[in-house]
Design a protein. Structure first.
Length: 241
């Protein structure tokens, strides 16, 4: 699936229908579950996850949002983009502190379900090695397949190299390409809820212009922002439970 097709599916609301039928997998990935929402908790929490990073300035603004407001956020890194090295000086301290988590979104952003096992692993390891080399972080076990393109082959290939938590999403800002600020806020109101994994993109500046009302929304709903590590390395619960 190319980016244009993906954006069309997001806009139409049909992407979820194409992936929602996926079931637990067999063979090497038998213990892997595809995660779309956070586990139940006594605390209301949401994971704000930001993909790609095609815009250097958008990545910078997300980093400053976290730093200025003491937030917690997960970047899914498309490692071929220059924004990660361009922003390394500001990003590294927040990675070190755990406020920003880096997770795998592949090296070149292909639809993984259309690739062979070795190609899938090469894409994941390309991003893995880039982040480990430049930020000193092992991103395993979390990855997000570009376009939500996932099947048993992808899960098994990823699991063989230690990527055992495929992260999809339960809400989206639908901001992979330029849409209006009002539409982003509309999608935010429909996405930021307890247990949500919210998909956003650092690909343009529109979302960054509505950070303030989105933070107010999160505050008004008494939601706590968490990284994936906060949830899955602390709770000790089965995926998606």
């Amino acid at each position: 699936m190319d980016r244009r097709s993906f954006l069309a599916l997001l806009g139409s609301g049909t992407l979820g229908a194409t992936i929602s039928h996926l079931t637990p997998l067999s063979a090497h990935g038998s213990s892997v579950r595809i995660i779309r929402e956070l586990p139940k908790s006594d605390v209301k929490r949401v994971a704000w996850t930001v993909d790609d990073g095609t815009s250097i300035e958008a990545v910078k603004r997300y980093i400053r949002l976290v730093a200025d407001n003491d937030l917690r956020l997960t970047f899914f890194v498309y490692s071929a983009m220059g924004s990660w090295i361009a922003n390394r000086k500001e990003l590294q301290p927040l990675v070190n502190s755990g406020q920003i988590q880096l997770a795998n979104h592949t090296a070149h952003h292909p639809a993984l379900a259309g690739l062979g096992t070795k190609q899938i692993q090469k894409e994941l390891m390309g991003a893995h090695n880039f982040i480990e080399r430049n930020f000193g972080v092992d991103m395993r076990p979390y990855y997000r397949p570009p376009y939500g393109s996932i099947n048993a082959k992808v899960v098994n290939a990823a699991a063989e190299i230690g990527y055992t938590k495929p992260m999809l999403w339960s809400g989206s800002l639908v901001d992979a390409s330029n849409i209006s600020a009002s539409r982003i806020l509309f999608h935010a109101r429909n996405s930021f809820y307890d247990r949500s994994i919210v998909l956003a993109h650092a690909n343009n500046l529109t979302s960054t212009k509505v950070f303030k009302p989105m933070l107010k929304l999160i505050s008004d709903r008494e939601l706590n922002l968490v990284t994936l590590n906060d949830v899955y390395e602390t709770d000790g619960v089965a995926d998606g439970q």
